[in-house]
Design a protein around this ligand. Structure first.
Ligand SMILES: Nc1ncnc2c1ncn2[C@@H]1O[C@H](COP(=O)(O)OP(=O)(O)OP(=O)(O)O)[C@@H](O)[C@H]1O
Length: 271
């Protein structure tokens, strides 16, 4: 069995990032994505990361997951440096929903959901199957969906299967990369409702990257803006929208501003 992560008290840091520097080599030059970036997420929060294209939102999620190492700085997850968690330790603490679901096309739905547990080789197959079926039910899928192949699923079902797989080890921390991208409005609403219920019922801490204002306002307890290689502001929408920065102005008050203002009125207490 995977070790049960020790949960910090409510409000204690789940993720702490200090002095983060991320750089990539391009032919002939070094390209800096994050520079001296600080960011903390507390237990129970749903923090949305927004920022322009290429500001390093996805890379930051991958670093929190331990899939990529920064050039400098420290990332602690549940009080421990992420590089000390190892693959198994990270998997039991952090669930990740990748942008396009990232399901294995040759595996059935059940095999996809069960995969992280099968890889551990610590539980007998019937128990793994049972755990995967419970997670399928948790994300609103039917038992008969278990034998389907990814090619036979709708976009909304693919997201749900990927979410069931992200939750298979009962991680306290869930990372979501564009959870509603590519979904029609009805599927998107359904998925947001599911995420909100799971956040509440499983006492999850969530870090989410999204460009979608409805998803942002429906789910977030805090918004953090990535620009100029740092988190330039984080807080409630009202506080973030009032921050003077060209990206913040364009994102919330530009073309989409009217929708942002409607959402702010609809969700005065949500964030
Ligand atoms: N392995 C890599 N090698 C080189 N450059 C990379 C690598 N991974 C990411 N980058 C670059 O780092 C920058 C940040 O990428 P990232 O995918 O995190 O952006 P993002 O903020 O998620 O953007 P978007 O909103 O467009 O998805 C981009 O310019 C990307 O091309």
């Amino acid at each position: 069995m995977a070790p049960v992560p020790v949960l910090p008290e409510e409000g204690q840091p789940m993720v702490e990032i200090r002095g983060l520097r991320t750089e990539f080599e391009l032919p002939g030059r070094r390209f800096v994505v994050h520079d001296n970036l600080d960011f903390t997420v507390h237990r129970g929060e749903v923090v949305s990361l927004v920022g322009g294209s290429g500001t390093g939102k996805t890379v930051l999620l991958r670093q929190i997951l331990g899939l990529e190492r920064p050039a400098a700085g420290e990332i602690r997850v549940l009080g421990r440096p992420v590089e000390q968690l190892g693959r198994r330790g990270a998997a039991s603490r952090i669930g990740m929903l990748f942008q396009h679901g990232a399901l294995f096309s040759a595996f059935t739905v059940l095999e996809n959901v069960a995969f992280p547990l099968m890889e551990l080789r610590t539980l007998p197959r019937p128990l793994v199957r049972e755990a995967a079926m419970v997670k399928l039910q948790m994300v609103g899928l039917q038992p008969e969906d278990a034998s389907k192949m990814p090619a036979d699923l709708s976009g909304g079902m693919i997201k749900r299967v990927a979410l069931a797989r992200a939750l298979i080890m009962d991680p306290p921390l869930l990372l979501l990369d564009e959870p509603t991208a590519g979904l029609d409005p009805e599927s998107s609403d359904g998925f947001v409702t599911l995420l909100r219920a799971l956040h509440r019922d499983l006492a999850l801490t969530v870090i989410m990257v999204t460009h979608d204002l409805d998803t942002l306002f429906e789910l977030s307890t805090r918004i953090a803006v990535l620009a100029d290689r740092k988190v330039i502001v984080s807080g409630r929408p009202k506080e973030v929208i009032a921050f003077q920065h060209p990206f913040v102005h364009d994102f919330f008050l530009g073309q989409r501003g009217q929708r942002a203002m409607e959402l702010l009125r609809e969700h005065p207490f949500a964030v």
